[in-house]
Write a protein of this length. Structure first.
Length: 65
């Protein structure tokens, strides 16, 4: 059931684009750390099956600062 749900609402093409936007996410010039963190969480929620491990998410977050 989970697989069918994810396939229907998160097709591979949408998943690839979302993963790319997560992997290349960077903090804006006038963006505070709190705003950056909130936007990062929103991106992760948009792609429930992104497949990033916790360590990778921390690396992406820190590299985007």
């Amino acid at each position: 059931m989970e697989t069918k749900f994810l396939a229907h609402f998160f097709p591979p093409s949408k998943n690839i684009a979302a993963k790319a936007s997560i992997a290349t996410f960077v903090q804006g010039i006038d963006e505070s750390l709190c705003e950056y963190w909130e936007m990062f969480k929103v991106l992760l929620k948009k792609c429930l099956n992104h497949g990033f491990e916790v360590e990778m998410k921390v690396c992406i977050f820190c590299n985007g600062l």
